[in-house]
Design a protein around this ligand. Structure first.
Ligand code: TZP
Ligand code: MG
Length: 213
């Protein structure tokens, strides 16, 4: 296997659904099934924070959601937990600045997808140098889905990264909806990463379609 190409990564980032059971009104399985029907291009299992599962229950949920993604050919990314990602043969891992260093994670995971959260140009450059395939930048807008979120950055943070010749695939995250997604793409993002605009939607498949450009 070799590392994913930048152009393929950019395609996959278009509508990136991030979710754990704690984010869902319905079951996580039916939430993901409907999101896949709507056309999400990438999925991240983020079972984390108040109300989330642990232990065997979490592992079984991961395996089930992974299978749903496989059936639709949508890559399955695991948030934070490199051991879980390796144990279930995930397609990638997403880590934050407080997790293990990106270079070390790259050594451990081989060529599967590595995403890193970056809030500044310096963090973005370091992530790129240490082997990230994409960076997640945010929160772009105010969010209710992450308790320890950094300060809101606005789409300008992506604009300034692009102005500094950062050409790594970038996905914006935080408070993104069908109303403001176009602005995030205009700023230079390759796609939008979304929790609540999909997981809490009345019509989940329709909410995904509205995020596609
Ligand atoms: N990282 C930065 S903001 C955020 C994460 C995981 C939460 C995004 O959730 P929502 O509901 O799309 O604002
Ligand atoms: Mg993390």
């Amino acid at each position: 296997m070799s590392r994913i190409s930048s152009s393929r990564m950019k395609e996959l980032l278009q509508v990136y659904f991030v979710m754990g059971s704690q984010n869902c009104k319905k079951s996580p399985e039916s939430t993901l099934t409907e999101a896949l029907q709507g056309g999400i291009t990438l999925f991240q299992f983020r079972e984390k924070g108040p109300g989330s599962m642990s232990g065997v229950e979490r592992m079984e949920l991961a395996l089930h959601l992974r299978r749903l993604c496989q059936e639709k050919g949508v890559p399955f990314i695991v948030n934070d937990d490199v051991d879980l990602a390796l144990a279930i043969g995930a397609d990638g891992v997403h880590i934050g600045q407080d997790d293990e260093e990106a270079a070390r994670v790259r050594e451990r995971i081989g060529d599967i997808i590595l995403g890193v959260s970056a809030h500044t140009l310096e963090e973005a450059r370091l992530a790129q140098d240490q082997g990230a395939d994409y960076i997640g930048v945010g929160p772009i807008y105010p969010t209710n889905s992450k308790e320890d979120a950094h300060a809101v950055q606005g789409p300008e943070v992506i604009e300034s990264m692009r102005a500094q010749e950062m050409d790594i695939p970038i996905v914006g995250i935080g408070g993104i909806t069908s109303v403001n997604a176009a602005r995030v793409l205009e700023a230079g993002a390759d796609g939008v990463a979304v929790i609540s605009a999909i997981s809490l939607a009345e019509d989940i498949a329709e909410s995904v379609k509205r995020l596609r450009y």
